[in-house]
Design a protein around this ligand. Sequence first.
Ligand code: G1P
Length: 282
Amino acid sequence: MSDIKVRKCLFPAAGYGTRFLPATKAMPKEMLPIVNKPLIQYGVEEALEAGMSQIGFILGRGKRAIADHFDISYELEHQILGTSKEKYLTDIRKVIDSSQFIFMRQREMLGLGHAILTGEPMIGNEPFAVILADDLCSVPDDKSDRALSQLVELYDKYQCCIVAIEEVDAADTASYGIISGEEVAEGIYDVSDMVEKPQPEDAPTNMAIIGRYILTPDIFDYLRETKPGAGGEIQITDALRQVAKEKRVIAVKFKGRRFDCGSVEGFVEATNYYFESGDWKL
Ligand code: G1P
């Protein structure tokens, strides 16, 4: 196991996106654009930058546009071939050419842990990454890597499950998985406990899990044993809590800025940030 590189990344994308209704009535929330690029493409590009070559999507009903986005659009591409507009497809073509995409349906929405367990046939017996595309992570600065690359680097060292964390306002703990643990190196914690969406008075700390994980394949056995928790759902946090107790889970304060694009406020912040960065201009 120890030499196996992380090369597969799962994208759970089954949620309804109710906070963006009516925009998400007929369109997946993951396809909402931050300036001119769908949210999920930012996540896939981050995965590719981190060395992933197989991208697995766990989709719910009504999410076909995601599969179409990562496929050739034959008619459109034929129409603009050789024109000045062709450049607008360069980035997405690069993404499509450098990875394999696998799609699975989560028939019932029983929680994030259940969505990850649904992906087991795509993963098999190797470590893998999970990205929650709602959490958009920017490049910290010119010299540093994005969040998932930071986790992959740590996996090479620790060879165990790893989660990204960030300090949040103490009043907001009920929106996140919260960890506690001992700091073993700057910003790196050996997790002793974790709890999904605790009320502020029950939260052990304000260190919140952000949607970036590296998981070892034994997580599937833990998930099979995990009973529904917060919100009546099978939570990855509960499965990882058990891993932390029996084996090891590392949490890292990743470098960079995170936008909560599952909320309208975070989505608008991310839009302004990327618009001002000018990266979208061709
Ligand atoms: C999920 C996880 C939670 C984590 C959060 C990060 O919650 O269950 O532990 O802190 O993502 O965005 P969700 O936001 O899907 O309710």
